[in-house]
Design a protein around this ligand. Sequence first.
Ligand code: NAP
Length: 533
Amino acid sequence: MTDATTDALIIGAGMSGLYQLYRLRELGVRALVLEAGTGVGGTWYWNRYPGARFDSESYTYGYSFSPELLEEWNWSEHFAGQPETLRYINHVADKFDLRRDIRFRSRVTAAHYDAAARCWNVTLQDGSRYRARFLITAIGPLSAPTMPRIAGVETFRGEAWHTGQWPHEPVDFAGKRVAVIGTGASGVQTIQEVAKTAGHLTVFQRRPNWCAPLHNSPIDAAEMAKIRASYPEIFRRCDETFACFLHTPDPRGTFEVDAAEREAFFEKLYASPGFGIWQGNFRDILTDRTANEAISAFVAKKIRQRVKDPAVADKLIPKDHGFGTRRVPLETRYYEVYNQPNVALVDITETPIERITAEGIRTSAADYPFDIIIYATGFDAITGSFDRIDIRGLDGQRLKDRWKGGPQTFLGVQVEGFPNMLMLMGPHTALGNIPRSIEYNVEWVTGLIRHMRERDLTVVDARPEAVAAWTDHVKAVGAGLLSNEVNSWFTGINSNVEGKQTRIVARYSGSAPAYRARCDEVAAGGYRELAFA
Ligand code: NAP
């Protein structure tokens, strides 16, 4: 048992935890990162499933803070695969000598605030204890994997993996009978990759998603040199766009152009790499029902063109939500997979899964034997990683209780009654192209800690009125978005988690520039919304 004391404990060695460590060190603050895994990388450490890769352009995803890092790192593809991203994050950890302040195999199970000592007491799964003035959560919005609530999951005798807890050893699909449950972004990437080698692949789909082509391509040395030369412009653009992607909505409304021009624009977007069709479409596709129907009809037509069997195509077209109202999975020949003789689609709204058996999966219609079952069933998003830690603030108040019915935060960084707990990428922060948001979030938190050190302040808490105002603002800013009327992790729904069947507002859905402007204003005003001691 250790009882180690430091200035700041950071939970998680993903993109945000690593950068926070770097910035705190620079400030002369002693910090220690507690990481559950055996290596750095967070999302990219855990999600090593076949086909995992960026949906953001690689060169918009990397850290922007170090000119030297930008100078020396070469991306090999416009949308890099997970192994390359993990290599990149490891390179960052080595370059800045971050590992000496990271404890691996350190899963935090509890964090309790001690008001008398003005410290957080943190306990790990193995019983070791740490203590620090600041508790910084860098635990990610999509890091608590959820298995489906289906009877018999533990009885299956073959191999079974969740995409978010993929093994480090390669899984061989050649000649095997493979099942994938789930058709979100992880399922889509997995399916299109596994279909290449599996003897037979059966996809169990509950609700289809609207997917669009990724159009990935390699980057050669000459192109990388050009990208490098344009980094200032790339990051400036990401700073200005709604969600920190290169893409930004077209100022025109869908019906401000004639049918031919509309179709041509949709075609252009469908043929372009990345999230343009989602983030760079007509300005009203995510708010206006008729506009949304137009783009949905366009993408449905594409699915029908790409899938040979019209009955299968029909099953792959979402009926209960419009295009872009849930996270759009980007794909590479995903729809064509369903034309392969070794792939079958089972619509489990027609024939529900009854149970997992020792041999495979039993639906209401048949028994399917499998060698491997892949659960691409997603995450207890945004608040799930917090719920898994016993976090208690003043007077032993539990964060989980405090957030029943939806999170309440100030700027997504602080929760009243949980002094000195600072959240990176917590609920109510701008997410989008996440490393861009991470860098801002970390810099803001670092600025706050600097402010306190310069004034010998040892406690910071959010004022109740500031929390109420920000929470109301987050709710108001999401009004009118079609995505907030749809069940998905965006709205806090997870059918596999008790108590997560009611929609909540857990996500800030305003623009990233507006979020940053508000945070800058708070800092420039001397943090009047926070109470210090
Ligand atoms: P997800 O989008 O939540 O998808 C989970 C899938 O599993 C859904 O199709 C869901 O069906 C299905 N499912 C869940 N429980 C089930 C059950 N009990 N029985 C049958 N089906 C069940 O999760 P995800 O695909 O892991 O993606 C989560 C997020 O991670 C993405 O939206 C994205 O933000 C991020 N991500 C990013 C990348 C990337 O950038 N390249 C890649 C992967 C993931 P329903 O739709 O009916 O609920």
